[in-house]
Write a protein that binds this ligand. Sequence first.
Ligand SMILES: Nc1nc2c(c(=O)[nH]1)N[C@H]1C(S)=C(S)[C@@H](COP(=O)(O)O)O[C@H]1N2
Ligand SMILES: [Mo]
Length: 222
Amino acid sequence: MADTHPNRLPRGQAPAALLRFGLPWFAGVRPVVPERPHVWAGGVVRRPSQFDLAELLALPRQHARRADLHCVTTWSATDLSWSGVSFRAVHELLAERVQPHPGCRWVRFTGLDGYRSCLALDDALADDVLLADALNGQQLTVDEGAPARLVAPAHYGYKSVRHVCAIEYLRAYDSGSARWLGHPRARVAREERSRFLPGRAWRPIWRALLPRVRARYARSHG
Ligand SMILES: Nc1nc2c(c(=O)[nH]1)N[C@H]1C(S)=C(S)[C@@H](COP(=O)(O)O)O[C@H]1N2
Ligand SMILES: [Mo]
């Protein structure tokens, strides 16, 4: 298929299937999804509160939004079809209800597995950023990020937090679970894979580590 031809991928990426993946130290952490999931909205806000995830997912639906997921470790899953709600709509609801301090330029997402990642608020408000609860027309499985996950296609995969259970507004960037390895913006178009070295210099490093991380995730399956 022309759409999945590797030449269409950003530089340094190779096509792969979407398989549960992440930081090696999260491989063994498989969350139990509660029957009635909640999302905590807090950080530097006037009224921190808890929401039923169902209330957020009842915002206007976005259907079959096609996107690729690019992982810093050089694999890309292409032509994924996500459905859910626009993060911008979620933010508008939260902004009214929890009232973030106007100085908050960052938003941190936490998953039920404890994984954290922080995006520039402006990046998170882009048109293509979703809080998704379905992939290719099916409800997300736990491995795909149930009950709902962030999908931020312009950013490396480590910003697309699975199993979102908290959204926090912050004044300053927080490096989250990726610690010093993460890049504050992680824009794929600028190859912001990690900090300190140009993206291109990170390619061979990540490529060398990829099989070991994959093996770690494969072992924890089932
Ligand atoms: N909750 C949670 N979200 C996460 C991760 C994680 O370990 N836990 N890993 C991130 C990384 S590094 C990538 S590349 C993508 C992979 O998405 P996938 O597991 O659907 O392939 O999830 C991201 N979101
Ligand atoms: Mo990743």
